[in-house]
Design a protein around this ligand. Sequence first.
Ligand code: ADP
Ligand code: ZN
Length: 740
Amino acid sequence: MSKEQILKQYFGYIAFREGQEALIDHIVDGDDVLGIMPTGAGKSICFQVPAMLYDGITIVVSPLISLMKDQVQSLIANGIPAAYINSSLSANQTQKAIENARNGKYKIIYVAPERLDVDEFVSFARSANIAMVTVDEAHCVSQWGQDFRPSYLKITEFIDKLPKRPVISAFTATATREVKDDIIKILRLKQPFIAATGFDRENLYFEVQKPKDKYQAVIRFLQNNPDKGGIIYCATRKTVEQVCGDLQNDHYNATRYHAGLSESERTTNQDDFLYDRKTIMVATNAFGMGIDKSNVNFVIHYNMPKNIESYYQEAGRAGRDGTNADCILLYGGQDVITNQFLIDHTSEQNELDSETLELVKEKERERLKQMTYYCHTMDCLRSYILRYFGDRSGNYCGNCSNCKQNFETVDILDYSKKIVSCIYRMRERYGVQMLIDTLRGSRGEKIQNLHLDQLSTYGIMKEVPQSRIREMINYLVINEYIVLTNTEFPVVKLGTKYKTLLDSDQPILMKVVRESERAQKEMKSGNSKSSKYVGEIDQHLFAELKGLRFQIAEENRVPAFVVFSDATLLDMCRKKPVNKDDMLAVSGVGEVKFQRYGERFLKIISQNSAVTANVGQPISADSAPSIGEICEYVKRSFVPSVEAVPVSILTDMLNSLLLQKGDYKLSAIKLTNFFMKKGLLQPENVEGKGNRVATELGKEHGIATVERTNSAGNAYRQNLYHQQAQQYAADHIEELIGGI
Ligand code: ADP
Ligand code: ZN
């Protein structure tokens, strides 16, 4: 079989992406390779396709257990025999897996690096035909990277023990030169073919917000994007607890993840998110390395991460299936301080000697600076990131908050002089807030006690809003007129260039968001910019396909994206296949998946087109329909799904109709509250806490509360809405949207 045939038949894709083909060709020719590709670019295909072309077995070394499980599930769903061996298996299961491997049952075996010096595994590998060893997340071998793992150093020892040296292929998303050199050296790659693909991810929208209230910024985003799911990253466990708790209290379908939770809770929560039972994951950066969920619609950073590498990697978990997704960073000054503190007090790298440690810290401080700069730059955010990674890029991408907003350039020379002289008069002894308070003539107690109100610069910038002064201070810091000390409570001091400024009459040009834009932005922020393409898709069909996917995923106990990715369902909506050939032309549908699920999806698509053909008038663009008309339309057009669906999908189904007529949109919470009000659902226990479960009346109307167990063996409850309950919601649509 050719590599193209394998790509089509097993993975359902028509063409290779940038970089994939060359890497595969070299591997097949027996060369070592190093693939440097950003998250989501499609590294897995690069070793999975050649693995199918080789006679022998491919061993994939991968650092995280969750990654292995997902990847193996996906491979099996595509009809490729694969397995994983790691500490999540019992001794018995491990033995069984190795026995199967000996009998040649697998083409691809994922292992954790710790496994590479376990006798049982080594003896199997020595007796088997190992064609290739693939090192995923290869930057883990380098202590310059942020994820150094000593166990990765076992890889070469392991390879040395094999009777015949296999091809070695290494993959990473980290591109700095030191890391690259380390990978080649430490893994002893032989004249490797190196492919580094562009780091750009066009489908990601980037935005930096500096909200007064971060939580409210999150809520605004979620309200504007009720049907989307994603990750909210926080800097600390405490923040995770707080944000997740608040979201749950506000009835959002959120769960949490951080290293302080028990192993079983982590597994449960992670599964809930992967399997779309929970739509929002609030987590520290402990979550996600190796999370292969392809349908993450947004990644919000509640705090600024410590460097651009981490940011791009975490943000890059959005939109991996190529659909539009939002990456939003909520910046606050405190984030810089927290990160500085973490760098100074880190003990994570205590295997290093003190000199190296100091060097590493120095680099980290530098990286933090670059990250902070990202939050303040007025330039295109995407080009900022790409340049950081050494990619060339234009100055304007049109798909980031800076490119989308209108800027004006103002001369801040006079203000800069005022700020600098105030710092001077304050004797370089105070922090940013005190400086701002003095400049604005605050009557605060502290200012008076310290006699700062006696200074000649007290109140000289009364008329300037505090946020604008802050922007100017940041600008002056970035341009080295002034500096912030590297202490827990940073103090503002004069920089090397301050004197030139005082004597200068050259304008200092700073780009600022126009005042009118700012006001608008406050109102709109959170509005998903990526939603603009939604209109082209038949949302009702999309919702139904999601419903079926959910059903199949539940039956097979796999995450929904293992069945089909969002990108694949969207392609079905576009192509509306009517037979097997059409279906195989859909991106992401291969032979095996067609055999397993193809007919069920075809059936839904054909039912759907029969229905939409009968639904009266299409909406004319220029006459805005009244609420009454919209409700009539929904009732007339609503077709309940034969499968029982969870509330998120029922919401999608209703929204797909609402959005065809106007701007009304429901959320799952709204729907749940409605059913509560109608007495169809009630809280599980008396204090009003816990899950909502069906009442007797609810059961009569077609709501079933079912008990399920997740892969960690924990029980949880879920409400499923049968046809009758779905229809009930549609019939009460006036009441439902009445409260919008
Ligand atoms: P990463 O580089 O982060 O490991 P993955 O290998 O997980 O990325 O791929 C990301 C997504 O892109 C997956 O859903 C994968 O199936 C899809 N993908 C990979 N290669 C192609 C291709 N040639 N055509 C279409 N989709 C692809
Ligand atoms: Zn841009």
